[in-house]
Design a protein around this ligand. Structure first.
Ligand SMILES: C[C@H](N)C(=O)N[C@@H](Cc1c[nH]cn1)C(=O)O
Ligand SMILES: [Zn+2]
Ligand SMILES: [Zn+2]
Length: 509
């Protein structure tokens, strides 16, 4: 069936669909805070209403409760929807998430993060525009436009939209395993649009993701916040500088997993005569997590000769990464090294410290309790349980060296495993055909440095092919300030998703 009328329709009605994206962006569905939880639920209901309006059968699954910020609150609903139930057609399961990362104007956004603002180059700025509201609602517009034009949707569509992806997908795995032989029974393939092109001009298909293990390291000591003039650590600035210099030099020479160096850190604690400051201990421990070169090497699969070749063939330049990060401060200077670091080697990032004083002004406080947050992106063949065990041992050993009277606790908040797929599956061929029809180009096959834990769950629970079909560009700034989706990526992306469904229907499986 020709989709020319579909393409014409979306081209003519672009502004309408941009406005609809604006509606979705305006709901601040941040899954990581208690304060925003009602907005996440509102976003789930917004999707439910849109799907019902189009005649899909929709169920909201309530995965239970979670503890957050010391409160027990309901997890947002998982939206399960079915459109079409013809046994003669293939069934495609699409997944996406309707929650977003936190965003505050004060973080440095040029415009209000929850108001979609388009600039003269067609860049549509707003939290969730590319990650992942634009792609999620595009599946819905695909159904809507077929209906408006009287076109047959040639596959049965099952949809699974969750509101907790940015916070560990809590509750989702259990539902998928429980429903594998029920709601998800007849699924022939899975498609997820929740990642990005490698660069800014060439579409790609993605067959691998890193895993993520997210840690919270709590250091607590005094019963309340204290005055630093009255209770501060007593040691001379010269001593302090000496200690900082020696620990930094030691860290530089050894990989993370082999941190057995005996620094002069004990001198620091011996020099104390008032309270052990939780923040000082925490900063020390966080510093000990990674070397400046960032080497974490346990259980990493070796690079094969075949793999070595794929990096040369990709359409990716150092300028793509410089543009994406707005700087030239990459550790590596070749595209091959950059991509290997992103795709197939692990990384550790320090994200923030809860309880630290961060407001403007100069408050001279000693915070009583601080929580350091960091995550490790994991790769084949790392095991999340082993990583957690290693991290705990390492942090506890480093803390013991400090001789501090503070208390620590370290927890893995959530962990999702890495995923690699078989690109020879017909699901990938169908998507490649669709890209060639819309963009007139053969796509690159890429892996992604980010994580979508449910990808592996679908692959294992449903025993079917999972494909990542990205809509946005590498410079979209997901999770960052000024997140955007280009209008052309959105509009061509809607065409691509529709065409993919037709190619799945057409292909001999
Ligand atoms: C790639 C996907 N769009 C994404 O952003 N995933 C998140 C998942 C996550 C895990 N913990 C918190 N968020 C990511 O890779 O950070
Ligand atoms: Zn994200
Ligand atoms: Zn996402």
């Amino acid at each position: 069936m020709s989709l020319e009328s579909f393409y014409e329709y979306i081209d003519k009605n672009q502004d309408h669909y941009v406005r609809r994206l604006g509606e979705a962006v305006a709901i601040p569905s941040v899954s990581g805070t208690v304060q925003h939880r009602p907005e996440v639920v509102r976003m789930g209901h917004w999707l439910e209403a849109e799907l019902k309006r189009l005649g899909a059968s929709v169920e909201l699954r309530h995965p239970g409760k979670q503890e957050l910020e010391g409160q027990v609150i309901d997890l947002p609903p998982i939206v399960l929807a079915t459109y079409g139930n013809d046994p003669a057609k293939k069934t495609v399961l699409v997944y996406g998430h309707y929650d977003v990362q936190p965003a505050l104007k004060e973080d440095g956004w040029a415009t209000d993060p929850f108001t979609l603002v388009e600039d003269s180059q067609g860049r549509m700025f707003g939290r969730g525009s590319t990650d992942d509201k634009g792609p999620v609602i595009s599946w819905i517009w695909t159904i809507e436009i077929h209906q408006k034009l009287g076109l047959d949707l040639p596959v049965n569509l099952k949809m699974c939209f969750e509101g907790m992806e940015e916070s560990g997908s809590e509750g989702l795995d259990d539902i998928i395993y429980a429903e594998a032989d029920k709601y998800f029974k007849d699924v022939d393939c899975v498609c997820i649009s929740d990642n990005y092109w490698l660069g800014t001009t060439k579409p790609c298909l993605t067959y691998g993701l890193r895993g993520v293990s997210y840690f919270m390291l709590t250091v607590s000591g005094p019963g309340k916040d204290l005055h630093s003039g009255v209770f501060g650590q007593s040691r001379s600035p010269a001593d302090a500088l000496g200690i900082v210099r020696s620990t930094t030099q030691a860290a530089r020479s050894v990989p993370w997993s082999a941190h057995a160096e005996s620094s002069r850190a004990n001198q620091l604690t011996l020099a104390l005569d008032q309270v052990h400051e939780p923040m000082t201990d925490l900063i020390h421990l966080m510093h000990k997590l990674v070397t400046p070169e960032g080497k974490i090497l346990d259980d990493v699969a070796p690079v094969t000769a075949d793999e070595d070749k794929i990096y040369k063939a990709l359409d990716f330049k150092m300028d793509d990464i410089y543009n994406a990060i707005d700087a030239k401060n990459t550790i590596h200077d070749t595209t091959k090294e950059v991509l290997m670091s992103r795709w197939r080697f692990p990384s550790l990032s320090l994200h923030g410290i809860e309880g630290a004083f961060y407001s403007p002004g100069a408050k001279t406080v000693i915070p009583a309790k601080v929580v350091g947050k960091f995550s490790i992106r994991t790769v084949p063949n790392q095991d999340p349980d082993k990583i957690t065990e290693l991290v705990k041992k390492h942090v506890e050993a480093e803390f013991a060296k400090l001789g501090s009277k503070n208390k620590i606790s370290i927890e893995c908040g959530h962990a999702g495993k890495w995923w690699v797929a078989d690109i020879n599956n017909w699901n990938y061929t169908a998507a490649s055909n669709a890209i060639q029809k819309i963009f007139g180009i053969v796509p690159d096959y890429t892996r992604e440095g980010g994580s979508i834990p449910v990808t592996l769950t679908f692959q294992e629970a449903l025993k079917t092919s999972v494909l990542l079909l990205p809509m946005g560009r590498s410079d979209d700034g997901a999770h960052s300030i000024n997140e955007k989706l280009d209008r052309s990526n959105y509009i061509e992306g809607i065409k691509l998703l529709a065409t993919y469904l037709h190619e799945v229907a057409a292909i001999k499986a």
